[in-house]
Design a protein around this ligand. Structure first.
Ligand SMILES: N[C@@H](CCC(=O)N[C@@H](CS)C(=O)NCC(=O)O)C(=O)O
Length: 221
């Protein structure tokens, strides 16, 4: 049986691939693992059946045999551990790739996500513009460090890894903001990630959910 992941029945982003099932789909496509997708509504995510899988009532989740996982980073890590192609064999290189996974989710994503959330929830507050500037400065600090480290390399540390996969998905949230474009090597890095066949397959699959009237199960062979 292929693993089953969960995704939004109707993604609020309208199919832009910003929801975190995108990273899991991409990882599965990179390693060539077929998978099923169970589509869940916002209401269903807060019901006991889904809460048993995900304590916070969110997507994505991952089920395979006796194993149920939540947290996109943990799921991508599990996929990378079980299949070749997303983590190097050399122990030190592997540890560094895992460090980049944490950097993406723990250091780079928070200010980027806070900015997006503030745009939705705080737009009418009198201090909105000021807070946006503060968040954008925090983002620039992260992008500056990342840009210097990447330099003119294709990927963060040698071959493409799960660290790059997560970093690209995190940086994508900045597209159209002008912030990413301030760092041409990072904009090119994101474009390189998006040009990978596995990324394209994953993107099309999540878009197909949005554009079709399907609810229930999606199968990716
Ligand atoms: N840290 C979690 C975050 C999960 C998360 O925020 N999921 C969003 C979709 S991208 C969600 O389910 N939002 C609906 C909600 O929180 O009710 C992860 O990486 O999996």
């Amino acid at each position: 049986m292929p693993p089953t992941i969960t995704a939004f029945e109707r993604s609020p982003d309208g199919g832009k691939g910003m929801a975190r099932d995108m990273r899991v789909r991409w990882a599965l496509e990179e390693v060539g693992q077929p998978y099923d997708v169970r589509l869940v509504s916002f209401k269903a995510m807060k019901q006991p059946a889904h809460l048993a899988l995900h304590p916070f009532g969110q997507i994505p989740t991952y089920e395979e045999g006796d194993l149920a996982l939540f947290e996109s980073g943990a799921i991508v890590f599990h996929i990378a551990e079980c299949h070749a192609g997303l983590l190097p064999d050399d122990a030190n290189a592997r540890a560094r790739a895992i460090a980049w996974m944490f950097a993406a989710l723990d250091t780079v994503e928070p200010p980027i996500f806070d900015r997006s959330l503030a745009k939705i929830l705080e737009r009418d507050e009198p201090w909105f513009e000021q807070r946006q500037r503060v968040l954008e400065d925090s983002i620039r600090k992260r992008l500056g460090g990342l840009s210097v480290r990447l330099g003119d390399a294709d990927w963060l540390d040698g071959a493409f890894s799960a660290g790059d996969l997560l970093m690209v998905t995190v940086l994508r949230r900045l597209q159209g903001s002008g912030l990413l474009e301030e760092y041409p090597n990072l904009a090119a890095y994101v474009a390189r990630g998006e040009a990978r066949p596995a990324y394209k397959h994953a993107f099309e699959a999540q878009l197909a959910v949005f554009t079709s009237a399907s609810t229930g199960l999606q199968r990716r062979a």
